[in-house]
Design a protein around this ligand. Sequence first.
Ligand SMILES: *Cc1c(COP(=O)(O)O)cnc(C)c1O
Length: 431
Amino acid sequence: MLYYSLNKQAPAVDFKNATIRGQAPDKGLYFPETLPRIPESWFKDIENKTNEEIAFEVIKPYVGEEIPEAELRRIVKETIDFPIPLVKVKDHIFSLELFHGPTLAFKDVGARFMSRCLGYFAKERSEKVTVLVATSGDTGGAVANGFYDVDGVEVVILYPSGKVSSVQEKQLTTLGKNIHALEVHGTFDDCQQMVKQAFADESLTGKKFLTSANSINVARWLPQQFYYFFAYKQWADKANPPVVCVPSGNFGNICAAMLAFISGLPVRHFIAACNANDVVPRYLFSEQYEVRPAIATISNAMDVGNPSNFVRVMQLFENNFIDLRHMLSGYTITDDETRQTISRVKNETGYLTDPHGAVAYLALQRYLDEHPQQKGFFVETAHPVKFYDVVEPVINEKVAIPESIAGILNLPKRSTEMEPVYTKLKEYLLS
Ligand SMILES: *Cc1c(COP(=O)(O)O)cnc(C)c1O
């Protein structure tokens, strides 16, 4: 499989090079040259397949010969070694729970898959890869965890001192081994700036094999399809395919779902559920695509003013607005509506959503109110405890901390403090 740049000013590359580079040299996103077609008979048999088989067969055409089969099977197995259940919430509404991974958010799957692919490619080159990331909180945890103890990969994470939550800081600083946390006395923008300077510094990149763990990387994007195949396997009413509602920020997750659909996965309709950052719902309504600065909301992982993966969504529909509009609806949900939904769903059904899941729940409900014959699921992208500061006052109850997180709260923090100055970072990387 080759990947071309959506800016069309750079050569096509294989999976290995697309993974190592992340973004094409012309700053375009990589996109597969051909989209695999999965036959109907495969879906008829899906209940007899294990998740590992499903994931392996889905990802195989994208990886091609770049990773040997046995190795790819191992990578897939390690990537999805936690449950991804489809849970009934109400008559026509189900929840696809993507928060059972180690950092309690769906980004675990993409981060784990990418890290293991990179680890494999690094071994082949017999040269260590250093993954350099700046984080404002959440991505860092998923990356740290996903890359933890992967051979041949060192991870350096810059975070702004005192500006991430205590749970997030523990997720970054307690792992040790190949994960190194730099506690920068500055802002997230300082961290981001230092990282950018490192990538642009040839006197550094000539000596060190540096890469980013950016969310546009094909090795993070493509494995997100797995969730939707697993959901279909658990979907009881196969004659009536689901409406799929995804809380969206950068549109990587929903784009993977739509790619699965183009490959043959039965889906009735897609819904992009957004908070106040609603460039795409507005576009679907007016055909005007207007990028705006991000607005802060209580579903902050979706506070994106210019969703980077939306060009891929457009490409899946060959840039045809009518075809896209036929398959995709968008909804804008306010913070007040999000809080009300968390409370109402909890009271009516006992099910507790996090703010992102609540945005998706309400969007799905609005759509189903207008399409009463249909059924669907929303994607619950994070465990409610990750957003306890929003959730607890709304439900007037404490949210229990799952074991997996409780364990790290008592571990000692290990970080290297650093002034927000690029030369300090460079010294550190070269030492
Ligand atoms: C990243 C994230 C999202 C948004 O996913 P995209 O792929 O960027 O659209 C939604 N919810 C949570 C909890 C996230 O961490």
